[in-house]
Ligand binder design. Sequence first.
Ligand code: SF4
Length: 275
Amino acid sequence: MKGVIFDIQRFSVHDGPGIRTTVFMKGCPLRCKWCHNPEGLCRNIQVQFFEEKCIGCKACGGQRSIEKTAVCPSQALKLCGREIEEDELIGELLRDRIFYADKGGVTFSGGECLLQADFVVSVLSRIKELGFTTAIDTSGYISTNEMRKTLSVCDLYLYDVKCIDPQVHKEYTGVDNALILNNLKMLSAEGKNIWVRVPVVPNFNNTESEMENIAEFVASLPNVKQVTLMPYHTLGASKYRTLGMEYSFDTTAKIAESEMSVFAQKFTDRGILLA
Ligand code: SF4
């Protein structure tokens, strides 16, 4: 089987337990206004243009096409994404096996990696057979049938819960949240290990009432082992320009530390472990 990826991150320590290799799959059904991985939005292979690297040689004739990436001497034009065969990916992942030790392993992320569920499930089942731990970082916005396909091959779900208010969720991500919340309930009912991640974003969900609602919802799910509150950052903003896209979110906005401690209390008051 073939999948379309845009990055493989080695020695990752933020995508599950131990030292991990994280595979970023291309394509996402959401359009979060603050997204910091714009290269994961479109499923197709794209071209990035890094203006600061351009030496003006005109070899590309000013075209930003896939073919022209091959003639650009300075890598100002770069392919974003590539197709990869399952065996080739497994080969790349196993290069890191000595670092996995007992806790480490492989995490699939994105974009939304479960848009390519069959590929992800097939690779994870082979990684699991080899005795390494497996994890899936997901928005949850995928059909429940596709999510169910992952149950036997995924040891840990890194699951995004962005907002309980469906209207606000739709306005800022482009999609409703009912499927996302229901899939999370299903995973918890199936006894799966879940780590919830909450991006805390200015003018989107940084209110006490919204955080209260998220904490209440998470507290109702017995198999959520921990929650991570992730304050908004602008690290991905510059990538939009390289893809010919505009970053419409307010880059000056910040989440104050005082706000974060108030939000954290909503979870700790309910006995939820924060990580
Ligand atoms: S080929 Fe590359 S370096 Fe030359 S003009 Fe085009 S983008 Fe710039």
